[in-house]
Design a protein around this ligand. Sequence first.
Ligand SMILES: *Cc1c(COP(=O)(O)O)cnc(C)c1O
Length: 822
Amino acid sequence: MNDSPSPASLRIDAPDAAAIEEFRESILAKLVYQVGGRPERASPRDWFIATALAARDHIVDDWRRTNDQTRAEDRKGVCYLSMEFLIGRLLTDALGNLGLTETARQALAGLGVDLDAVAGQEADAALGNGGLGRLAACFMESMASIGVPAYGYGIRYENGLFRQIIAGGLQHEVPEDWLALGNPWEFERSSLVYEIRFGGHVRSEVSVDGSTRMVWHAGEIVNALAYDTPVVGWRGKRINTLRLWSARATDPLHLSEFNRGDHVGAQAARMRAEAISRVLYPGDETEAGQELRLRQEYFFASASLQDIIRRHLSRHAGLGNLADRVAVQLNDTHPAIGVAELMRLLMDVHGMDWDAAWAVTQATFSYTNHTLLPEALETWPVPMMERLLPRHMQIIYLINARHLDTARARGAGDALLSSVSLIDERHGRRVRMGHLAFVGSHRINGVSALHSQLMRDTVFADLNQVCGDRITNKTNGITFRRWLHRANPGLTHLLTDTIGPELLDDPERLEHLVPLAEDAGFRQRFAAQRRAAKERLTGVIATRIGLKVDPDALFDVQIKRIHEYKRQLLNVVQTVALYNAMRARPTGHWIPRVKIFAGKAAPSYHQAKLIIRLTNDVAATINEDPTLRGTLKVAFLPNYNVSLAEMIIPAADLSEQISTAGLEASGTGNMKLALNGALTIGTLDGANVEIDERVGRDNIFIFGLTAAEVAERKRAGFDARLAVAASPELRGALDAIASGVFSPGEPDRYRGLVESLLHDDRYLVTADFDAYHARQRDVATCWSKPESWWRSAVLNTAHVSWFSSDRTIRDYAEDIWKVTPR
Ligand SMILES: *Cc1c(COP(=O)(O)O)cnc(C)c1O
């Protein structure tokens, strides 16, 4: 019945007429009775809510069934604690995983409504900054898809990541009010409320049975209220739960205890309490050392652990076997205070002794490290911790004392002891959260082979020695449902038509593409899919920034947070060098190229914001220059988020992964782009190393210093001025930028930027420039031989099935969590 399938849906869900009719009825009923609308006057937004609610009905029964079953079988489950979940839009994801896309499309079509337009109405849930939060979202989807019972625990921020507006080339931040028009996916659980304490003091008190206990008399209590969002697995296999906490002031009676009925004070306390879940911290990599952030971290760690304990005690007599029933994964150090909190709950609330509590804690937790950048390793001042969490500070001191005793017993000297101590005594006294997470976990993992090795060799070398080897590697992954099936239905159709629909369930079948890389007809069809995606992106570029680009040009893409270590500046400087060369030889053989950038800078990260401005200034000059005759265009697309990524990635020919080697822990954008057939130009950093191993050196453009060479250069003291003196093209580009070629109204705008590069090139932009520039010429040469370009593109898609987050999750399940997917 479905003889011309729409490209936006997959053939797995050829619906029958009855199912379509039923879905149509359901959407109409939701529109009338829940949205309160009328079909003839409903806005696209109304249709979105009605469709989401209709889809939700399909989820709810299965959700209850999976939960009941897991409980009945008493299966071990995973709790994934993460400050960020960058989930993006959920409608197409839910419909796709339920096999209802085509049903919904035809049901809506019968009402004169277009599914894609409806889906586009959904707010992009940006409860995260970038890669770390997106990883958490991919992991949640994969756990549901391969059958791992799981709860994701985080914060229901009222304002997610800011919306980025570019005006006059500058980034402006405006709040993203993603809940303003309602969120059809969440269920408020008004009975799931936990008290979260702050401040006050601790006293040891003798209980009736004669034992002494530490009792924390809090100065302030805030309620954590749960909101649940279903996480639908592939083919509806499991429905897991994303449980996000919202902060509420405790009831007025309770408050009066603290405020003595002071009405104004009570209002202030309420504002103060609810501020906890108001905003996502936009700091990325660098930490905003602010009290509110610590309050957020403790708030969600405590609520989650109290919930985990309540659920455990509803089925078991005690907490001694907690670690047999639940694995708690700490996504970076943000929930690391949970180590001290679980100790407190086990001892002070549930009466366990120290040794038993410590054994349970270590067996329960495991910790994922995401960065070795020194400025991003979280620490909290001891006085702040003592004021806000006095009992936790005591527990941390006790953990530390025992930890240092063990280290001493193993022969550690003073230098080693101060390096492994949970308290950093060098910069004022500060609690090292990475150390706390490490010591409190049975397993610690890095996110790519290189990153895990660097953990062992550098930042965590001493701890790993003292604690016995606990570091393991779990290379990141991405969910192919979102990043291939949904983001690129055209390519997915081509692949399933060619190598079979089994691909949808078994990504390893991508290897069957290898012989097809030699098939000219297939390469052509592959290229045609890319061409169609580029055509669509061309439209997006035109509407969003009013720039006309040629869809036949090479789309050269760098999309990610703006950060000095990610080296967007290297890309911009190389763009300027290319521009200079093109102007010097206007009749040369220049391939048409569009440089596409997107990404947000943390609001207080001035250097990153200056790089955004430079990119836009360079774009303005180049895009207007008639001598280039359109061969080079530069586009900075504002407000990078999951939805924009889904549009850019299928249209990318070249993937820029050019971080200073040793600084990008893994990257996942690199995987999304390679999966969709983009060729990577990159350094041997993070997961690029593993992509290189899989796709082969003939199908990737590797350049630049290795991590070891970077470390060596830094040790030897690297002088950027020598590198610049030795490279006329680099010098020409930097001179142009510094002298105001791209900022004629303010010629000195970038003088400081260039000077700081010459005096302290920490990210080795100048050291890698020549190698990068040369590799970009190889890219152009390869692009001008379509046969070899598209052969490599096909082989990229063919060889990256290993980067499925299903594989990553199976690895965590077997090696760290000891849970069995099914
Ligand atoms: C994948 C993704 C990231 C991570 O990109 P990297 O290139 O790995 O830094 C960040 N933001 C969004 C919206 C993403 O989809």
